[in-house]
Design a protein around this ligand. Structure first.
Ligand code: F6P
Length: 558
């Protein structure tokens, strides 16, 4: 186990040295600050406000070597079945690899899983997505009444929803995407709550609506009930035959797609080597998003993710952005005891970034045993939450500054995706984007430096108020600065965080690619569902549950 290695023990011993420092002092050291910055392909990360020194970083890179990190990343990229509890490869990187050139030879062997040429499979589906989305967008593919399908409802939950919605929002105000989406609407339906159905369908005309049912397994209870509900909505207005023109599917389970009544020719496949939460770059995300923004924009998104894939698989750990981010996460969570992490994009278009990364990170690394099944004596995984700045500043930052220590990722852009253009020039000397970014730069320093009692007194703060106005500081954060939020940088950001999670899992020695912890609740929900159906039908009393659940179910049914 990684905890038994000298590398882990050396870091544990180093904690005391770091606890004796304060970022207020560490940040005075120009050489240290310059050494704790890393840049690749327009993405800059400044981690000088982490509770680390050059020595800490060396010890963390030792830990990465002890964990066999480079070997594990290579195993993932080569299609080894590293998801051992499900006997699956983990190849979301293959989803964004460009088409392989030339005929396969012994020298340029193609990536294969169970004998199948992965790259060829991926590009065959991408080609179908391009053709189909072009047809729908141009009006060549028409609805049952002959009207063009201008609106899309994507039904799916978890990994079949959160990533696509994050990217949808991220690109919605990108000028090229906005132009391409003119006259079109994309809605998501995830929750089985009927309220979500009402919201998703509000104002839509079945005759102009295309429904995309997205489910890796095509058995997820919520998605299937929502799919049946929306099918009934379509059929009521258009008749049963309309399903062929109005419903398509994205799944790995094509027999179930057919059993549901969707023509397999209208199904876009993916493969068991794509984990649900890592599936945005498969048809799960690329189909609905191409329908909205056109395939070329999504090709740029895939290129951005691929650029980070090349980086993570080739850069030395010391220059490798996801590796550095992952090691800092391990340091904060396992050594300094900071198990929570705030994701703070200073960009309103990234409003769905934190919800997506919550699933990527917490479903991946929220594990209690190592990949060999031994109980891990430290907590793996982090609790992720977040909100765009500056909104979050007026909500939960109080706790970040004076309450608990929560390492934070500040994500900002040099230029706005959508600058104000009322008069051709900024309406004030400082542009709206500069105002946003002034906060982006100020907050990490406020967290790191804090404010002492002496500083408060020097400012004339009355003595009784001083304890309330002291900021302890020494609170870690990382700044990520990118050029502008575009499809390409959105892809970079996605891959950066996917790999950060994988890096952490590889170091902890857990399986970041299964999710057995979601099963028990599903089994119990099935028991409750069966009971509810029986009680509603036959008025039979509630039986087989503990006294609390029985009593509450009885109240619910009363
Ligand atoms: O319940 C969790 C989960 O299995 C996720 O891992 C997955 O992303 C989600 O459900 C949806 O699954 P599916 O795509 O098979 O409908």
């Amino acid at each position: 186990m990684i905890l038994d290695t000298p590398a882990w023990k050396n870091l544990a011993a180093h904690v005391a040295d770091i606890r004796a420092t304060h970022l207020r002092d560490l940040m005075r050291d120009g050489a240290r600050c310059a050494g704790l910055v890393c840049e690749h392909d327009g993405v800059v990360i400044d981690f000088s406000r982490q509770n680390v020194t050059a020595c800490t970083m060396e010890l963390l890179f030792d830990l990465a070597r002890a964990a066999g990190l480079e070997r594990k990343i290579a195993a993932m990229a080569s299609g080894e079945k590293i998801n051992t509890t499900e006997n699956r490869a983990v190849l979301h990187m293959a989803l964004r690899a460009p088409p392989a050139k030339g005929a396969p030879s012994s020298r340029n062997a193609r990536l294969r899983v169970d004998g199948a040429d992965v790259n060829a499979q991926v590009h065959e589906v991408l080609k179908r997505i391009k053709t189909f989305s072009d047809q729908v967008r141009s009006g060549t593919w028409k609805g049952a009444t002959g009207k063009p399908l201008t609106d899309v409802v994507a039904i799916g939950i978890g990994g079949s929803y959160l990533g696509p919605e994050f990217v949808f929002e991220a690109l919605r105000t990108d000028p090229a995407c906005a132009r391409a989406a003119d006259g079109r609407r994309l809605r998501f339906l995830a929750n089985v709550d009927p309220i979500d159905v009402a919201r998703a369908l509000e104002g839509l005309d079945p005759a102009r609506t295309l429904v995309v049912v997205v489910s890796k397994t095509f058995t997820t209870a919520e998605t299937m009930l929502n799919a049946r509900t929306v099918r009934a909505w379509l059929v009521k207005k258009l008749g049963a035959k309309a399903v062929a023109k109005h419903m398509v599917a994205v799944s790995t389970n094509l027999p179930e797609v057919e059993a549901f009544g969707i023509d397999p020719r209208n199904a876009f496949g993916f493969w068991d080597w794509v984990g649900g939460r890592y599936s945005v770059c498969s048809a799960v995300g690329i189909l609905p998003l191409s329908l909205q923004y056109g395939f070329p924009r999504l090709a740029e998104f895939l290129a951005g993710a691929h650029a980070i894939d090349r980086h993570v698989t080739s850069a030395p750990p010391e220059r490798n952005l996801p590796v550095i981010l992952g090691l800092l996460g391990i340091w904060n969570a396992s050594f300094l005891g900071h198990g929570t992490r705030a994701l703070l994009p200073y960009c309103q278009a990234l409003l769905k970034f934190a919800p997506h990364i919550q699933q990527v990170d917490m479903e991946s690394n929220g594990k209690r045993v190592t990949i060999e099944g031994e109980v891990l004596p430290v907590d793996a995984g982090e609790i992720d939450f977040g909100e765009p700045g500056t909104n979050g500043q007026h909500s939960f930052y109080q706790l970040l500054h004076q309450g608990r220590v929560v390492p934070a990722d500040f994500i900002g852009f040099r230029t706005s995706q959508n600058p104000i253009r009322l008069t051709g020039k900024p309406i004030e000397p400082v542009s709206n984007h500069d105002e946003l970014m002034a906060n982006f730069f100020a907050q990490p320093d406020a967290l790191a430096m804090g404010k002492t009692a002496a500083e408060c007194l020097a400012e004339g703060v009355p003595e009784g108020l001083v304890p309330h106005k002291v900021f302890p500081g020494n609170r870690p954060s990382t700044m990520l600065l990118l050029e502008r939020l575009t499809p390409y940088t959105c892809g970079q950001l996605l891959a950066l965080y996917e790999h950060r999670t994988a890096v952490e899992g590889f170091v902890w020695g857990i399986n970041s690619f299964d999710q057995w912890g979601v099963e028990l609740g599903k089994v119990l929900a099935k028991q409750v569902r069966t009971q509810l159906a029986a009680s509603r039908r036959t008025k039979s009393p509630i039986a087989g549950f503990n006294p609390s659940t029985s009593a509450m179910l009885t109240r619910y049914l009363a």
